[in-house]
Design a protein around this ligand. Sequence first.
Ligand code: FMN
Ligand code: SF4
Ligand code: SF4
Length: 268
Amino acid sequence: MNRVKKFYFSPTGTTEKIVTKIAEKLAEGMDLESINNYDFTLPPKRKEYPDFCENDIVVVGVPVYAGRVPNILLDYLSGINGKGAKAVAVVLYGNRDYDDALLELRDILVSGSFDVIGAAAFIGEHSFSYKLAKDRPDKKDLEIVADFAEKTVHNIGKKDLQINVKGNPSYNKYYKPLDKDGNPVDIRRVTPKTKETCTDCKICSRVCPMGSIPEDNVKILIGICIKCGACIKKCPVHAKYFDDEDYLKHKQELEEEFQDTKEPEIFV
Ligand SMILES: Cc1cc2nc3c(=O)[nH]c(=O)nc-3n(C[C@H](O)[C@H](O)[C@H](O)COP(=O)(O)O)c2cc1C
Ligand code: SF4
Ligand code: SF4
């Protein structure tokens, strides 16, 4: 191998953090100095693909949305061609569950002519919350990253490796939250609001992965909102927020129900 590449989608930065640490440890284990970066979080980056070749080892990372690979990425990811590159599949989830997301990502990579030599699910602060999985990934997660990278490096020379990943091979449906009466909560229509304290710095517009916040009026939305949390968490004066009752209830339920500490899972 002669190149380590990072290839990821990460609106609030936790996926990027883990992917970067894994790439660094892989490069260390293989005595390679430079790491190539391709972040496809923003729309223009999803109009093209980096160049892959069989001497690459590519760390591919996405967050888990509704127990699956975010559906807005499926078209883009179905067009990748790994040309025989080695890949490490990584998903980040917010302490509820990663359900079938890792399996789905592995399958996408295999269909895209990558040779998958490792897969892992890590935990990152939930996009909806500052409490759920707060400060994850943490020091212990990073120790697991080191172990995972070491085991993955050992797989590089192996032929016809089949990385088995937990999950339902026909993939369960997208996870739907339920309210207290057991009715599904649909938060697709929810959009962020903007407080008067907004300084018009335009950061939210620049970080929205859907390109939905126009620079000339950051208080409106011109496209869909996937509730990724980027505009909320990256606003320097905390002026963006969600006030939808169903969204807030769902967030609170997640915070109450999933307090136990989940541990990363690695498949090598
Ligand atoms: C729309 C949406 C759906 C999500 N669904 C799940 C889920 O099913 N399970 C889970 O544990 N976390 C879920 N999360 C939380 C993210 O997986 C988690 O916060 C991840 O670390 C975010 O990655 P990022 O920091 O790279 O954006 C969801 C987040 C969003 C925005
Ligand atoms: S990031 Fe916050 S302060 Fe800056 S333009 Fe957006 S809402 Fe306003
Ligand atoms: S508007 Fe929606 S999609 Fe865009 S950054 Fe904010 S939460 Fe994410």
